[in-house]
Ligand binder design. Structure first.
Ligand SMILES: Cc1cc2nc3c(=O)[nH]c(=O)nc-3n(C[C@H](O)[C@H](O)[C@H](O)COP(=O)(O)O)c2cc1C
Length: 209
């Protein structure tokens, strides 16, 4: 009699365990399905953003005036981007800004051409992120994607966005982003951006068409 009761109890325990395991498995399967759906949604969104960004870039790159972008050589190290020799730094025609390679990409310095284009002095921007140039018409999704591409290992990324100078005036920024590396270790130390105001060139092209 006692043995029968014990047997019955252990059967109930077993069933509870089996039921519990089933629920855990079902929960795991549902979670996996949810993650796959989320990943697919993210992938499709990024693909759409890239397609849109690439279409705008293609339009600009196909413009008659190839000087917009093809001439832009990208610095490889911090010393190349922002030479300590102030004269050399300020004689560079490229509008250059350098950011940290982590966090919210705070700016660590810029050259004279960048100051002239954006209207901020270097001392006003150090320690801040590039959102100081952004406003209602900025291409947030394209910029986010461009930075993601850098982290995926692309050596140079172009993106077009509307940006705003210190005085609030808007310009169309053909932005080239690239990593800066430590010469010895090859490790990324910073990111560099070369800004190019292509507004005039785009409107001239539109007027021609
Ligand atoms: C080196 C570098 C320079 C950047 N320069 C600009 C810029 O000139 N204008 C701009 O709107 N965003 C610029 N950005 C992008 C913004 O800092 C930011 O990364 C982007 O808007 C994505 O932000 P989110 O990841 O918070 O969406 C730059 C980013 C990096 C890494």
């Amino acid at each position: 009699m006692v043995a029968r009761i014990k047997n019955k109890k252990s059967n109930v325990d077993l069933r509870t365990q089996i039921d519990g395991a089933k629920i855990v498995k079902e929960k795991e399967a549902a979670w996996k399905k949810f993650c796959t759906i989320q990943r697919t949604r993210k992938f499709l969104k990024r693909r759409r953003i890239r397609k849109e960004s690439d279409a705008i870039l293609k339009e600009v790159l196909e413009m008659d005036d190839a000087t917009i972008t093809s001439g832009v050589s990208v610095p490889k190290t911090l010393a190349e981007a922002l030479p300590t020799d102030i004269e050399k730094r300020n004689n560079d025609m490229r509008a250059i800004v350098v950011t940290e390679a982590t966090g919210s990409f705070n700016m660590v310095g810029c050259n004279k051409a960048w100051e002239n284009l954006c209207g901020f002095a270097e001392c006003e921007i150090v320690g801040k992120d590039s959102s100081i140039l952004q406003g209602p018409d900025s291409n947030y999704a394209g910029l986010h994607d461009a930075v993601s591409r850098l982290f995926e290992g692309e050596p140079k990324v172009n993106v077009i966005t509307n940006n705003y100078r210190k005085d609030g005036s808007k310009f169309i920024n053909f932005l080239t982003l690239a990593p800066l590396r430590d010469e010895a270790s090859g490790k990324i130390t910073h990111f560099v951006a070369i800004l190019n105001d292509v507004g005039d060139k785009i409107s001239k092209r539109k007027n021609k068409a």
